[in-house]
Write a protein of this length. Structure first.
Length: 365
């Protein structure tokens, strides 16, 4: 398998690292600009990205011309990289692929509600989504559901689009744990505190279970962190612990977050009913399955199509239903074992680094 990676922004993400580890590293052009503090200083990093990009054009051009690889893959978000490579490739026979990790329109408009659907910016984001498909020769997406959405809702031609799920490791330093070995149930959520994850519904379920032996640990931060903390304090929800952020891909904190997942009796997915939540599998679910942990998450299009009998699917945006299912699952050891084993098998088949490598090799070849 011979291809090179072009990226200025995404080389430290889990997905980016797997692309890079499977490529011809000596011919890669990887310049980290936005990666290190992308959540804390996004707009500043974007400004640096715009300023720095012209400086790299000469280097980019020379690297492109002298690269012996016929296939080049641009990592998300990579729009400027794609445009420049398209110009460089005017009289070349190189094939340019793009890792369409997610839709710009879907993320910023449908998911985060940053812009109105009728706004000029919204229309511009749809234009960007369509543009990257037009100027790249082939694309990667995370799911068939996302591929269908792009084709049916955004009128994007996906005939050269391949499904390539984001992998996770499963070789962490694991301490053996047993289910139901405590006199209380530990429920763990980790990730960005965003509306897509439905954290208010997790808080609702914690209130329903407050008089019983159920404790919730919420790991992460983000836009809604202060609101979540404020509500916990205001409503005196005493069976919830907020730990702050522990990035899963950060080598300094990965042991901490893995140990927190391993301490869980039940892991939580996402609970909103957003469009994006229906099209993808949240990475926290993959991570839980990699560690053989039972998962409760909202029923969604992706879950119905792919995860039947693998996770416990419940009504979206319903804290009472979540509480009932936590109780039901925790008090049924056989059911917990079933989801633990089924989830881990599903992970090995679909989301291991080995599966990613084999799928990528097949597509590029």
């Amino acid at each position: 398998m011979k291809f090179s990676i072009f990226t200025l922004t995404n080389s430290i993400s889990v997905r980016g690292k797997n692309f890079i580890s499977n490529s011809q590293k000596k011919n890669n052009l990887i310049i980290q600009i936005m990666s290190e503090n992308k959540h804390k200083h996004l707009y500043l990093n974007f400004l640096i990205y715009l300023i720095f990009f012209p400086i790299t054009l000469i280097f980019l051009f020379l690297k492109f011309i002298f690269s012996k690889q016929k296939t080049l893959i641009v990592l998300f978000p990579g729009v400027l990289e794609l445009l420049i490579l398209k110009v460089f490739n005017f009289r070349s026979s190189k094939t340019i692929g793009f890792d369409f990790f997610t839709s710009f329109y879907l993320t910023l408009v449908e998911d985060r509600n940053l812009f109105s659907k009728k706004s000029i910016i919204s229309k511009f984001l749809i234009f960007i989504d369509r543009l990257v498909f037009k100027i790249s020769d082939f694309q990667f997406v995370e799911s068939n559901e996302m591929k269908d959405y792009l084709n049916e809702e955004l009128n994007i031609n996906t005939s050269n689009t391949y499904v390539l799920p984001t992998p996770r490791k499963n070789d962490y330093k694991k301490q053996p744990t047993s289910l139901n070995n405590k006199n209380y149930c530990q429920i763990v959520f980790w990730g960005n505190f965003a509306s897509m994850h439905g954290l208010d519904h997790i808080l609702d379920s914690a209130k329903e279970l407050s008089s019983k032996k159920y404790t919730f640990k919420l790991i992460g931060d983000g836009k809604l962190f202060k609101d979540i903390k404020k509500r916990i304090n205001k409503e005196k929800i005493e069976n919830i612990e907020l730990t702050g952020n522990l990035p899963f891909y950060d080598s300094e904190s990965i042991d901490d977050i893995v140990s927190n997942i391993l301490s869980a009796d039940i892991c939580l997915g996402t609970f909103s009913n957003t469009t994006k939540n229906n099209l993808i599998i949240p990475h926290k679910i993959i991570e839980a399955m990699s560690l053989s942990k039972p998962v409760i998450t909202a029923d969604s299009l992706f879950v119905r199509n792919n995860l039947r009998d693998v996770v416990k699917a419940i009504k979206p945006e319903n804290g009472k239903d979540l509480a009932l299912n936590i109780e039901e699952l925790y008090n049924n050891k056989d059911l917990m074992d079933k989801f633990s084993k089924a989830g881990h098998e599903f992970f090995k088949k679909n989301f291991s680094e080995r599966t990613f490598k084999e799928s990528l090799e097949t597509i590029v070849t």
